[in-house]
Design a binder for this molecule. Structure first.
Ligand SMILES: [Zn+2]
Ligand SMILES: [Zn+2]
Length: 371
């Protein structure tokens, strides 16, 4: 008896997505499961056929081989290879069937014990850049995740609507059967049709949207919440948004935050540092200064006689503490600036200051000599 087409067994189209394949399998398993058909040999056979079709079609690699070459594509596969990727035990528990009375041993090509778990797809990493201002308040970012999916214009066939023809060589079977008689036995040799590479159809007019590939790369938008106070290296795990797995179990996506360098502020943990220039008069006499802060300018008092390198601490004006109350501090590192654009009048005033200063210094020296 020739093997039936796996898609036909599950009653789904060739472009069906993994979720729908699983649903189709579930419906058939409900129908033919030996629990519901005790002693029914035909149902058991049917179940076996359905299991095999599902084991192949739920695995992207095996499905691809099957799509390309039909049954011949899996010729070298053992039962273990075919069924190995599916954990029928957990699948059946998920469907609400029992699994442990031994009826199914052998039905799936291997015994219930010692089965490998389903293979998860790989985790993916996405680096997300945010500004210091954004992370100071917390921000919701939308990121684009590329995905490969069946082309919707051609339903994954790779052809325009009238651009698909049944292969003339294999008449759409995808394979060519040769019978060779040797003595009393007949040897059937099945080969993949070279003309259509097992697809049974030939693309005469390629789909313009996918250039005949049948697959397109689409982008999917995901919203990511970056909490206030997150720092470089903080990561958000998005479940099941990684690579597709062999058993339809995708990996996870890790969005790793990178806080961009800020032109003014330097961050150390929850504290921020800023360098700020003050005029030499303010440094000498003291006074108020407006200094940029994360949430707008902050007003600070500069003490009389401030030197370059002096640090002013403004409590609670740093970054929010991640997952906690309160904020870090802002540190202002001061630099005294000498004016370079003095007018004649200003220069005269400074010379007067200099004279007063020198007189005072001479008086001081004279006093020192007397001692
Ligand atoms: Zn297409
Ligand atoms: Zn062909």
């Amino acid at each position: 008896m020739a093997k039936r087409d796996y898609y036909e067994v599950l009653g789904v189209g060739r472009d069906t997505d993994p979720g729908a394949i699983k649903r189709a399998y579930r419906n058939l398993a409900m129908q033919y499961h030996p629990d519901r058909n005790p002693g029914n040999g035909a149902a058991a056979e049917k179940m076996k056929e359905v299991n095999e079709a599902y084991a192949v079609l739920c695995d992207p690699h095996k499905r691809h081989l099957y799509d390309m070459y039909g049954h011949a594509g899996l010729e070298g596969y053992t039962q273990e290879d075919i069924f190995g990727g599916v954990d029928f035990g957990s699948l059946f528990r998920e469907f609400g069937f029992g699994f442990g009375n031994g009826i199914f041993d052998g039905l799936f090509g291997r015994r219930a014990s010692g089965r490998r778990g389903p293979r998860r797809g790989a985790d993916l990493r996405y680096d997300l850049s945010v500004t210091l201002e954004e992370v100071a308040l917390g921000v919701e970012k939308t990121i684009e995740i590329p995905r490969v999916s069946a082309c919707s214009s051609c339903n994954g066939t790779g052809a325009q609507s009238d651009g698909l023809e049944t292969c003339h060589r294999c008449k759409g079977a995808g394979q060519i059967v040769k019978e060779q008689r040797s003595g009393y036995s007949v040897v059937r040799q099945i080969t993949v049709c070279a003309e259509c590479r097992g697809r049974g159809k030939i693309v005469k007019k390629a789909c313009e949207d996918c250039q005949g590939k049948g697959m397109v790369e689409t982008k999917r938008d995901l919203k990511i919440d970056v909490p206030a106070g997150a720092d470089t290296g903080y990561n958000v795990r998005v479940e099941s948004e990684g690579e597709a797995g062999t058993d339809g179990i995708p990996g996870d996506l890790y969005v790793v935050v990178n806080v961009e360098r800020h032109p003014l502020f330097e961050r150390h943990g929850d504290d921020i540092y800023i360098q700020h220039d003050i005029p030499f008069v303010t440094a000498a006499l003291g006074g108020g200064e407006q200094v940029p802060g994360l949430g707008g300018d902050v007003k600070v008092d500069i003490a009389e006689g401030t030197q370059t390198g002096a640090v002013v601490r403004v409590p609670g004006q740093g970054m929010p503490r991640l997952g906690k109350r309160g904020r870090g501090d802002q540190y202002i590192v001061l630099r005294v600036v000498t004016p370079t654009d003095l007018t004649r009048e200003e220069k005269e005033l400074i010379r007067q200051f200099q004279e007063v200063r020198q007189k005072r210094d001479r008086g001081k020296h004279a006093k020192d000599k007397k001692v």
